[in-house]
Structure formats: structure tokens, C-alpha cells
Design a binder for this molecule. Structure first.
Ligand SMILES: Nc1ncnc2c1ncn2[C@@H]1O[C@H](COP(=O)(O)OP(=O)(O)OP(=O)(O)O)[C@@H](O)[C@H]1O
Ligand SMILES: [Mg+2]
Length: 329
């Protein structure tokens, strides 16, 4: 299952993502965390001190070309054409599993106990004046479209502020999109704008009310957000403030304040059954759209022509499972 936290700048996306990741890590054997925000603060918010990496703190936004080349595997259907973030897989692609043993996770993720963290990363000096974060996100898009995760796998992402996610194929990469919303008009509006522009995503989009001080705050949220979309409320936490002032044990008290909401997030995502065929259909439609909109012009040919149309994720699961060596079982 895949969960993304979205919302207005400063609403509490990183705090809530980190809390949910810690909550899952205390219950599940392995959690894959993704920092997909240009302001990469997730690692710090996880409050772990024992991170190890494979020799380098990778930013997958910087490594996107190498990642896409890796995922391309031995596929021949591209016939020398470029593979991009929205290119649907072929049976000859490489795939990813949610495991510390996965090649891509092993190389690019930082690890701390049963947590692995992939970071898209922020801008570099060379990006100043001419870079777009969507370009950095192409490796992550390809990552998700080649990720063969099951209901027992847990992937959680902190994302960029605002409605930005709607403009990439990451909008449908997650099983649920959870908006972290403060009880203010501006904060609620970001969620409302998102479902207005992408009504097809409404049934997978939910809200957590954050920094709620009193019953009026909850009533305010409920005036704008349908009851069945609201997963719960997290208080404006004194414990979090104490923790940020240096009182270490206050983090557990803050986690206790979040626990009921996180239980509901988990229950909600566990109730979703991903329809892999629909996912693939959406990916193919999206790829064709971006090809016609601008990729064809940019590359000088029709990038989506000749792609493996026999591919299904079911076949990919069957193929990769068959290839698992006995020693790795
Ligand atoms: N429930 C809460 N109670 C008290 N303070 C909170 C709560 N949630 C978040 N905060 C505080 O609000 C501030 C913003 O939180 P956070 O960095 O998580 O927001 P964000 O949405 O990730 O911001 P950005 O858009 O910059 O990425 C932080 O100082 C954080 O400690
Ligand atoms: Mg943040």
C-alpha cells in the first residue's frame, strides 16, 4: 500500500508523514519512506540518529537518468527511443520490490532499523534560474510505475506543498492521498482545489485536520470537508512544542496524540484494493497525453508508439516471483 501526505505549505505534511512512518515502523516489519518534497525535511523529522547509506546520501532526483536506465532493463520495444517517467513498463523491464534487499532500495535509500528512506532532493546551484521540480520527480514516477508492491508492503511519502501533485503521474501512484489541513480557509481551500481539478481522484483523497485547538475548529473543517473524507483530528500539540524545545520524551506523548488518526489512515488504506489493470490503463492514458502535449515535440518523434501492449502487472508479478532464487526465499 502507498500513502501520500499533501497539503498547504506549513500545514504539517512532514510532521504527519514522519509520525505515520514511525507508527508503521513500530508495527510492521519494514517501511519504505519517500521524501518527495523540494524542501527535504523528512529525514530530520523521523528523529533517528542511526542512518546508514550505501556509501553516499543519494538524491534520486539527481540520479533519475540512471534509475530510468536501470528500470528499462532489456526491453526492446522502445527501439532506441527515450524512456521517461510515465513510460509504462514492459515484461523486459526491471521491477522493484519493497524490501531492504531490492537492488534499487539497497543502493539509493538511507536505512535506519526497519526503515528505508528515498529522498528526491532539492535544487542545486546549477538549477538556479532554469530547473523544474517535475523533472527531478521523473525518477520517482518511474520508480512507482515499476514497483511491484503487495498489501503487506508499506510505502509512505511526504510531498510538495499545494496541489502540485495533480500535474504528474504521481497523482494516481498512491492508493490514498491524505491532505493535512489546518482549520483555516486557505488550508482547506488547497484540498477543495485539488478535488475540483481532479474529481476522478476524490474517492482516494482524504483529510486529516491538524493543529485543532477546540470543537469550533473541527466544526469549521466539517463545514467544508465531507464527513466520510475526514479521517480525524490531531490537536495543536504542546508535547510537540516541548519536544522541539529539547524534551526528548515528549515525542512519545505527541505520538500518542496522533495514534487514533494513524489507525484510521491505516484502516482506510488497507480497505483499498488496488486494481492493477486500471492503474496500467491510467498510466498508458497519461503517457499518451504527455506525449501529445509536449514530449513528442521535445524528442522529435512519437514516444509512445510501438510500446509493449501485452504487458500486465500480473505477468510482471508472475515473472519476478519465478525468478526469485531459492537462496533469497
Ligand atoms: N499537530 C501539531 N501541533 C503543533 N505543531 C505542529 C503540529 N503539526 C505540525 N506542527 C508544526 O507546524 C510547523 C510546520 O510543520 P511541517 O514542517 O510538518 O509542515 P509542512 O506542511 O511539511 O511544511 P512545508 O510546506 O514547509 O513542507 C512545524 O513547526 C511543526 O512543528
Ligand atoms: Mg514539509
Amino acid at each position: 500500500m502507498r500513502v501520500a501526505f499533501l497539503g498547504k505549505g506549513g500545514a504539517g505534511k512532514t510532521t504527519t508523514s514522519a509520525g505515520f512512518i514511525r507508527y508503521l515502523a513500530s508495527k510492521k516489519p519494514f517501511v519504505l519512506a519517500i521524501d518527495a518534497d523540494v524542501n527535504a525535511h523528512l529525514k530530520g523529522a523521523l528523529h533517528r540518529t542511526d542512518w546508514v547509506n550505501s556509501g553516499k546520501d543519494y538524491e534520486i532526483g539527481e540520479e533519475r537518468e540512471e534509475i530510468i536506465r536501470y528500470l528499462k532493463g532489456t526491453r526492446k520495444d522502445l527501439e532506441g527511443k527515450d524512456m521517461v517517467g510515465t513510460t509504462p513498463p514492459s515484461l523486459d523491464s526491471r521491477f522493484i520490490s519493497v524490501s531492504p534487499e531490492d537492488e534499487l532500495v539497497k543502493k539509493y535509500a538511507a536505512k535506519s532499523g526497519n526503515l528505508a528512506l528515498l529522498t528526491v532532493g532539492t535544487y542545486k546551484e546549477s538549477d538556479v534560474g532554469g530547473a523544474c521540480y517535475h523533472v527531478k520527480l521523473t525518477g520517482l514516477q518511474s520508480f512507482f510505475h515499476h514497483l511491484l508492491d503487495t498489501e503487506n508492503d508499506y510505502v509512505v511519502a511526504d510531498t510538495t506543498a499545494g496541489t502540485d501533485n495533480v500535474a504528474t503521474s504521481l497523482s494516481f501512484a498512491y492508493d490514498i492521498n491524505v491532505f493535512v489541513v489546518e482549520p483555516t480557509k486557505k488550508s482547506v481551500q488547497v484540498y477543495l482545489d485539488y478535488i475540483a481539478v481532479a474529481p476522478h481522484l476524490k474517492d482516494r483523497t482524504y483529510v486529516i485536520a491538524n493543529k485543532v485547538d477546540n470543537p469550533e475548529d473541527e466544526l469549521f473543517i466539517l463545514k467544508h470537508v465531507e464527513k466520510d473524507r475526514l479521517l480525524g483530528a490531531v490537536p495543536q500539540s504542546k508535547h510537540l512544542k516541548r519536544f522541539e524545545q529539547g524534551k526528548k520524551e515528549a515525542l512519545d506523548d505527541f505520538m500518542a496524540e496522533q495514534a487514533v488518526v494513524f489507525e484510521k489512515v491505516l484502516e482506510t488504506v488497507e480497505a483499498k484494493k488496488r486494481d492493477w489493470n486500471k492503474y496500467l490503463e491510467l498510466l498508458r492514458t497519461t503517457h499518451t497525453k504527455v506525449c501529445r502535449d509536449w514530449l513528442d515535440d521535445y524528442f522529435g518523434f512519437k514516444l509512445d508508439e510501438g510500446l509493449d501492449t501485452d504487458f500486465t502487472y500480473e505477468k510482471a508479478f508472475a515473472k519476478t516471483q519465478a525468478k526469485v532464487p531459492v537462496s533469497a526465499k
